[in-house]
Ligand binder design. Structure first.
Ligand code: MTE
Ligand code: MO
Length: 537
């Protein structure tokens, strides 16, 4: 796996290493070992927690199980656009880290789909090419369980007195943690308290950080990547700088989790493996039994076996995963995120200098002949369950009036870009064609094909089409829509992900249900690549 870092990223990386490990060594070599703070821990009092209760052991391992699935599916999502940025336009050559040897060429169209990488299935869930749809299924099926487990855990912490072992009550924890850190990094093991009753300062601080900092930051940075949230609450991604900052921080949180897991497991092994495992698996402080250790190994084996089952499901039962994801999240999103109405707030100066391209250019003669004649012969056919079917030329549409919006586009693969779009508001079209009351879904067909052949199309609920900023655009950044971005006409529905915004629109049809179109899942990518089922929600 190729990893490319910008010089400033290397610098930041080495600075972090130096400020921690380097400084610890300097202190040790110059001033000697600091006194051992573990020894100074207050004595265990009667009010202190007595060991690990069973619910704590259970939630620890449930957390482990889901965290592994979340990290593995997250990695597969990441490499579908294997670049991370701090700027929201994802400009060429501005990524601070990339997981691909390829530099984005500037002399030809290089689509985000071509740029996608894939992982070995031992690491990614699933591995192999173009599985972002299924990787998202796994990510979003597991996240609610992870969250629920976390909530139960935190409630139980406070219902009992277990919070005392996790939450620092004095700022002394910071210098004390540093002292422990100096001990560890210079391989002078401090005297450990019995972890069944008490943690050392650094241990407490890191567990606290994992539960009360990493988890909430992961959740918030994840939410900041949603187009519906970003286009409605523009302040939200600013918590992380911007939308791409949120993606980068989401990644760094994952890195912190992985680093934590490695160090945590190493420390558990180094400080009395069998006894520690009895604590966290068997909920006892037995010093001779191996029951906890065997139990822990069994849980880890189960997690690995589940990984195999997860791949089997991904290849053999992808539809059931897609439906499970929709049953869990489609319903939730329908109730909240999808109700959000995009709002105007971007200004002309926010427009991204670079805007990624996606999808296969249409090839039929029909479209190429239209290009030759500057789309003067183009007619958009609007039909289906409508009182007044129409065929509109670009000129006809322009006469109906132009709506202009500056919005952020979110590709499911991870990149974003801000652009101005000008065109016909879909609500005006709906007014004109007068859909029957039975029409709930609008289908947009393209001249182009999907990745695996067949007409590219997608569907939207009437409700989403009527949202402000839902338009059929013939203009991008105040100029005629370029061919590669979907000329003559492309869809904009700003509370949705990019794949739902059909380019090179050929015709529109009003139907009763998306199940009547294509394979019946709401769009070309939903049909062929198991992307999120969002239609009609
Ligand atoms: N006809 C068609 N429309 C399409 C696609 C496609 O492959 N074919 N790709 C979609 C995806 S995944 C994205 S992110 C956007 C990209 O729009 P852009 O190329 O203008 O950036 O177009 C969408 N519309
Ligand atoms: Mo996309």
């Amino acid at each position: 796996m190729y990893i490319g870092l910008k010089p400033y990223t290397w610098l930041a990386f080495f600075l972090v290493i130096f400020l921690t490990v380097g400084v610890a060594w300097i202190q040790y070599l110059v001033f000697g070992l600091p006194n051992d703070p573990s020894i100074q821990l207050p004595p265990v009092t009667a009010a202190d927690p007595k060991g690990f209760p069973w619910w704590l052991c259970l939630s620890h391992w449930v957390n482990f199980f889901f965290l592994i699935l979340i990290i593995r599916s997250g990695l597969s999502i990441l490499v579908d656009h294997p670049r991370l940025y701090w700027n929201r336009g994802c400009a060429r050559d501005t990524e601070w880290i990339r997981f691909t040897p390829i530099k984005v060429p500037d002399n030809k169209v290089w689509t985000a789909k071509e740029d996608a990488r894939y992982l070995n299935p031992v690491i990614g869930l699933p591995g192999y090419r173009h599985t972002v749809g299924l990787a998202r299924c796994w990510h979003f099926i597991t996240v609610p369980f992870f969250l629920l487990n976390g909530i139960v855990f935190i409630v139980m912490l406070f219902v009992t007195n277990q919070w005392k072992r996790l939450i620092p009550t004095s700022w002394n924890i910071v210098p004390d943690s540093w002292k422990v850190f100096v001990h560890y990094t210079t391989f002078n093991m401090p005297i450990e308290p019995n972890g069944f009753y008490h943690y050392n300062a650094l241990q407490q601080l890191s567990y606290f950080g994992v539960v009360f900092i990493l988890a909430p930051v992961a959740m918030l940075s994840g939410m900041a990547m949603s187009p519906a949230i970003e286009n409605r609450f523009h302040w939200f991604p600013k918590l992380f700088g911007n939308r791409q900052g949120a993606r980068s921080i989401h990644f760094l949180v994952m890195q912190a989790y992985v680093a934590f897991i490695i160090i945590h497991v190493a420390m558990v092994a180094a400080t009395g493996f069998a006894r520690n495992m009895n604590h966290i698996v068997a909920s006892n402080d037995n010093t001779v039994s191996y029951a906890g250790l065997y139990g822990g190994i069994a849980i880890i084996l189960f997690t690995i076996l589940f990984g195999f089952a997860a791949h089997w499901l991904s290849w053999r039962r992808p539809r059931s995963l897609q439906h499970t994801e929709a049953a869990i999240n489609g319903t939730l999103w329908g109730l909240n995120i999808n109700k959000l109405k995009p709002q105007r707030y971007f200004k002309k100066e926010d427009i991204s200098p670079y805007f990624w391209v996606n999808g296969k250019m249409p090839n039929p003669d029909e479209w190429r002949n239209l290009v030759k004649n500057d789309f003067k012969d183009y007619k958009l056919r609007v039909s289906g369950l409508v009182e007044n079917p129409v065929e509109l030329s670009l000129e006809d549409m322009m006469k109906l009036g132009k709506d202009q919006n500056i919005t952020m586009h979110h590709c499911i693969q991870g990149w974003t870009g801000i652009a101005e779009w000008g065109g016909l508001s879909i609500s005006k079209l709906i007014e004109l064609v007068k859909p029957h009351p039975s029409a709930t879904t609008v289908v947009f067909y393209s001249f182009g094909e999907g990745l695996y052949g067949g007409v590219y199309y997608d569907t939207h609920s009437l409700d989403n089409c009527l949202k402000p900023e839902s338009i059929l655009a013939w203009e991008m950044n105040y100029e005629t829509l370029p061919d590669k971005h979907g000329a003559p006409l492309r869809l904009r529905v700003e509370n949705q992900l990019g794949y739902k915004m059909v380019k090179w629109v050929k015709s529109i049809e009003f139907v009763e249900s998306y199940e009547q179109v294509g394979k019946g899942f709401g769009g070309k990518n939903e049909d062929d690549e198991f992307f999120d089922l969002l239609a009609d929600t």
